[in-house]
Ligand binder design. Structure first.
Ligand SMILES: [Zn+2]
Length: 190
């Protein structure tokens, strides 16, 4: 178990270091070579973190964490909302691929959160806003709403029995983070 705790801490440090590198550079230094492509096919994928984030084109996780091929297991929905398909994907990564860290990455200027604050939405967009709305109800500060929405997705993930078991065994950690679009900096929560 102690070894797993080290793995969790190393994964979080890798995310933090990757983000620090991203802020300092103008290109992605992740390994996207043919060698790494083949290695990940032959040995199988072993991503060190699951990143659940917004589909917003300005929030690209592999760039934000200077990650190459096979490093991040990424789940993206508008507003980083989590439903059954997303939960199943997270369970697969944590349970079958052995990924030890699940990061829910929200961001500033999130259009989905802003739309939920205004309460508008047609078609299937409404289902996204219905997921966000109860979590932010009564809060008028945009930044706080974005944070509450991150918390809500974490709460959804914790509804999974598989994830809960892995957490109690000390094999998985779920945490939140927020990406600042202008600075490129990710603030990690807990
Ligand atoms: Zn967003």
């Amino acid at each position: 178990m102690c070894e797993k705790k080290d793995t969790i801490e190393a994964a979080i440090k890798k995310l933090q270091k990757g983000n620090q590198d991203f802020v300092k550079t103008e290109k992605n230094n992740g390994d996207v070579s043919q060698t790494v492509r083949i290695k990940n096919v032959e040995a199988g994928q072993k991503p060190y973190a699951v990143v659940v984030t917004c589909s917003d084109s300005r929030v690209p996780p592999e760039h934000i964490f200077s990650a190459g091929i096979g490093e991040l297991f990424v789940i993206r929905t508008a507003g980083n909302v989590v439903g059954d398909f997303e939960l199943g994907s997270i369970e697969y990564a944590a349970g079958h691929l052995g990924t030890s860290v699940v990061l829910v990455l929200g961001h500033n200027h999130c259009g989905a959160v802003a739309a939920a604050m205004q309460g508008h939405g047609h078609g299937y967009i409404a289902s996204i806003l219905e997921e966000i709305h109860p979590a932010i109800e009564g809060e008028e500060n945009v930044s706080k709403c974005e944070n509450l929405n991150i918390d809500n997705s974490i709460k959804r993930i914790l509804q999974s029995e598989t994830i809960n078991n892995l957490i109690s065994e000390g094999r998985v950690k779920v945490l939140g983070g927020k990406y600042n679009m202008e600075s490129g900096v990710v603030e990690f929560f807990g």
